[in-house]
Design a protein around this ligand. Sequence first.
Ligand SMILES: NC(=O)C1=CN([C@@H]2O[C@H](COP(=O)(O)OP(=O)(O)OC[C@H]3O[C@@H](n4cnc5c(N)ncnc54)[C@H](OP(=O)(O)O)[C@@H]3O)[C@@H](O)[C@H]2O)C=CC1
Ligand SMILES: CCCCCC(=O)/C=C/[C@H]1[C@H](O)CC(=O)[C@@H]1CCCCCCC(=O)O
Length: 347
Amino acid sequence: MQVQRVVLNSRPGKNGAPVPENFRLEEITLAPDLKDGEVLVRTLYLSVDPYMRCRMNEDTGADYLTPWQISKCVDGGGVGLIDSSRCNNFAAGDVVISFNWPWQTHAVMTGSDLQKVDPQLVDGHLSYFLGAVGITGLTALLGIREKGHITKRANHTMVVSGAAGACGSIAGQIGRLDGCVRVVGICGSDEKCKAIVEDLGFSTAINYHLEDVPTRLKESCPDGIDVYFDNVGGAISDAVIAQMNNGSHIILCGQISQYNKDVPYPPPLSEETQKNLQSKNITRERFTVLNYMSKADAALCELSQWIKSGRIKVLETVVNGIENMGDAFCSMMKGGNIGKQIIKISH
Ligand SMILES: NC(=O)C1=CN([C@@H]2O[C@H](COP(=O)(O)OP(=O)(O)OC[C@H]3O[C@@H](n4cnc5c(N)ncnc54)[C@H](OP(=O)(O)O)[C@@H]3O)[C@@H](O)[C@H]2O)C=CC1
Ligand SMILES: CCCCCC(=O)/C=C/[C@H]1[C@H](O)CC(=O)[C@@H]1CCCCCCC(=O)O
């Protein structure tokens, strides 16, 4: 069987933006015979995510992330169908997901690397398993519940950076559902600002490329900021932290503005921001969703119900074709996506 796959062609270097040429498309022949415990899968959708920038380096800087190897098939989140099976846990037609799905149109995988999922959870929108009813939805929900300390009826104001992205767009909606009276989103274009306010119900949106973030935060958060869902770090986060209230909380989700730089994770803060954190007793604990997977099943049910009832809206940017994986990844890293960036591989 002839299949297409994407391999790592070159590394961008620790300092520098990734380019599509860092990836290469190949055609290979896949032996159709399976060993005991193996399955043949057909890839439906693949995910590109910011943490993958770290996997492009020889040393990822995180113990839970392995580096991709030059000329070897790249992998990440994926969803697909079992075509044929020699593993007792799976039968042809099952829908399965994995964190380590090869960027390949079909693949032979070991059953233990796969998890069977119920398409009813997503009303048949199988790509949601990579986003709103998958890791990014869990990150938003569990990040808020574990680190946000939102109190109903306390009139909390929440700010979300990277607000139109996969995690941010869900986090803002959960902040509202969990009782914040005001949810302000910061993102990178007028189109994104319009989407998060008009489609997702954020109170206000700030375009950080065109507007003065401190001034707009002052206007939009007259009672200060109680909860900050931080996806980006850098100057945007410095500006938010400067306006946070005493005893407020940061959900340290990610720091994408620093991922193309040779700095540790989380990147060091300026002296002024550190002083702000200390003097105002602001909590800022590292959050990694993988550490809370015992709570995943209940959280996925909650997300599924919210989406089915229309209380959470899901935004996606879908690109077609495995040949566009590299372009889609680089575009997402530069803000080309609204909602979750998905690549559709087959019907
Ligand atoms: N802690 C955890 O367990 C997890 C953490 N994460 C983190 O959450 C964050 C969001 O991930 P995800 O939702 O998948 O990705 P997104 O869908 O949000 O895509 C990335 C977005 O980042 C924004 N961005 C890129 N560069 C910059 C910059 N220099 N300054 C400000 N914004 C920038 C872009 O939007 P714009 O146009 O607005 O600039 C882009 O669309 C990442 O930091 C990621 O590492 C994700 C999953 C789990
Ligand atoms: C070092 C920078 C980390 C930035 C934070 C971040 O984006 C974390 C993302 C992980 C999150 O906890 C859930 C995930 O899906 C992300 C990691 C996925 C791990 C897959 C393991 C792949 C491998 O190395 O084999």
